[in-house]
Write a protein that binds this ligand. Structure first.
Ligand code: FE2
Length: 159
């Protein structure tokens, strides 16, 4: 099948997002301090391991459709919707977890858009890949929200 330009642009924006998120999670993995150090240090690592798998799947799906995934840090920064910042000011454990929740919500909501888009275009394989990614992120979102004693942030857009 021929993948639309809109789907390719969407997928590439996600390549940028997951590329950035991968590094950002390392920042938290390295700098986290406090009573939950052992838990969070390990949990952030688990999440960046998941993120790198999703990044790779999306980039390779683009290549299978003659797309050109971004492959430099500069491109990731230019095209990501997530934001990062240098670690110049200490963050509490809870601030880090809240940042991860906020980013997961952004990623999840963008995946829902991509799921709709690929469904409309009959791009079943990409659709399936995005649903699998969403299933992983939903679970992570539940983990991190529960850590803070919070309910899940509801989806603003439908599955
Ligand atoms: Fe490590």
């Amino acid at each position: 099948m021929t993948q639309s330009k809109t789907t390719k642009t969407f997928l590439n924006q996600q390549v940028a997002n997951y590329g950035l998120f991968y590094t950002k999670l390392h920042q938290f993995h390295w700098y986290v301090k406090g009573h939950n150090f052992f838990t969070l240090h390990e949990k952030f690592e688990e999440l960046y391991d998941q993120v790198t798998l999703i990044l790779d799947d999306i980039a390779e799906r683009l290549l299978q459709n003659n797309g050109q995934p971004y492959s430099t840090l500069q491109e990731f920064l230019e095209h990501a919707t997530l934001k990062e910042r240098p670690y110049t000011k200490a963050m509490t454990e809870d601030e880090m977890v809240q940042t991860v929740i906020d980013d997961l919500v952004t990623l999840r909501d963008e995946l829902v858009e991509g799921i709709k888009l690929t469904d409309e275009e009959g791009d079943d394989v990409t659709n399936d890949m995005l649903i699998a990614a969403k299933s992983k992120l939903d679970k992570e979102l539940w983990f991190f929200s529960s850590f803070l004693g919070k309910d899940q942030v509801p989806q603003t857009n439908a599955d």
